[in-house]
Design a protein around this ligand. Structure first.
Ligand code: SF4
Length: 368
């Protein structure tokens, strides 16, 4: 928090209008899951086989200068040099969130050393049945939990990331929070899913009003034991208590195609350098207020969490609001309590779990 705070204050003092907070570094698109709501892995085999070299990763990190690096994908643990990439980023004192399905975590842990700079951010979408449905893999939950337990036992930092879609049961999500905290994770991260037009399941993306209702039910009347490693103001945004404009440059994305315009979710072209991305992107054409239909329902952290962090450091009011949201986390709300009594038919109760198999090329790479 201190690193982020001092970095943002420096940007403000330098009067930098647009600055990156987290670099989204995608070293490959291959994955060992094929989740129904994912729009990242539908590339042809020759693209799925490609990956960034460690040198390309370091160049991107140095160019961008953000204090945090999130490594999604794809599954970063399938990258043959992920240990070299992580080591290089730790040497640069970057805070790394290695986003993983954790299916390979147990067997790959020997590649890494525990460090305050390295966190395994494990994709867990909810309780066992919900998670397995969401990631289209029976047994995926148990494997992830096993990997997390081993990582925690060996002294690694472990957090979770949970993406929620329409049909999520708020009571079950709250139960999931209890289970994760009991397991010993350091914090949890939440986001509504983005309506990728390439995702196999197009029925369960949330509109803005439904997102707010769902997150209000989940995050009001909060338990003290729940820890979130996210801006408290962003959580209030998800609950409908705050309005933000998108700041897509806050979490710029670099992958095998270059610097992706304008954000982690959309692909409206690529730039060769970070500076070129900042200079040549028509930023005004994005965000919910822009009227761009691709942005209409988006409330995803990669667009809006940086807006929340920016508010914190933009005025005394923002700072006080953040302090208040950090200290008073309960968010007592009678109406939200009633929402928890509404009957929800969990999406997995009336849809069969479709186990999507990995392509043979992905399997070959996994075993390589
Ligand atoms: S609103 Fe969402 S999709 Fe649109 S630019 Fe922002 S993050 Fe990207």
């Amino acid at each position: 928090m201190w690193t982020v705070a001092s970095y943002v204050v420096k940007q403000k003092l330098a009067r930098r209008k647009r600055y990156p907070l987290v670099l989204m570094l995608e070293p490959l698109f291959r994955c060992n899951l094929a989740c129904a709501g994912c729009g990242k892995i539908q590339y042809p085999a020759h693209i799925l086989k490609k990956e960034l070299t460690p040198e390309q990763c370091f160049r991107a990190v140095d160019e961008c200068g953000a204090p945090m690096v999130s490594i999604p994908g794809g599954e970063p643990l399938m990258h043959p040099q992920i240990d070299v990439i992580v080591e290089g980023l730790v040497a640069r004192q970057k805070y790394i969130y290695l986003c993983t399905t954790a299916l390979l975590l147990k067997e790959k842990l020997d590649l890494f050393k525990p460090s305050k700079y390295l966190t395994f951010s494990v994709h867990v979408d909810g309780e066992r049945e919900h998670h397995d449905f969401s990631v289209c893999r029976e047994g995926g939950y148990d494997q992830a939990i096993e990997g997390m337990k081993e990582a925690l036992r060996r002294g690694f930092r472990v957090t979770t990331n949970t993406t929620l879609f329409d049909g999520a049961d708020p009571n079950s999500v709250r139960e999931h929070f209890d289970q994760m905290m009991e397991l010993g994770v350091e914090g949890m991260m939440l986001s509504p899913g983005y309506s990728y037009d390439k995702a196999p399941d197009q029925k369960h993306f949330l509109g803005r009003a439904r997102t707010r209702k769902l997150f209000r039910a989940i995050l009001s009347n909060r338990k003290k034991s729940w820890q979130f490693n996210q801006s408290p103001l962003f959580l209030e945004f998800l609950m409908g208590e705050r309005q933000y404009a998108c700041t897509p440059w806050g979490m710029p994305t670099y992958n095998i195609f270059g610097w992706q315009k304008p954000c982690y979710l959309l692909q409206d072209g690529y730039a060769d350098t970070f500076q070129d991305l900042m200079d040549s992107t028509a930023w005004h054409e994005y965000g919910t207020e822009s009227g761009n239909p691709k942005c209409a329902n988006c409330m995803v952290h990669s667009g809006y969490e940086a807006s929340a962090v920016n508010e914190t450091f933009s005025s005394l009011r923002g700072l006080l609001a953040t302090a208040k949201a950090t200290i008073f986390t309960r968010h007592k709300d009678e109406h939200a309590m009633k929402l928890l009594n509404e009957h929800v038919r969990p999406v997995h109760s009336y849809n069969p779990l479709v186990q999507i198999e990995e392509s043979s090329s992905q399997l070959e790479e996994t075993s390589a």
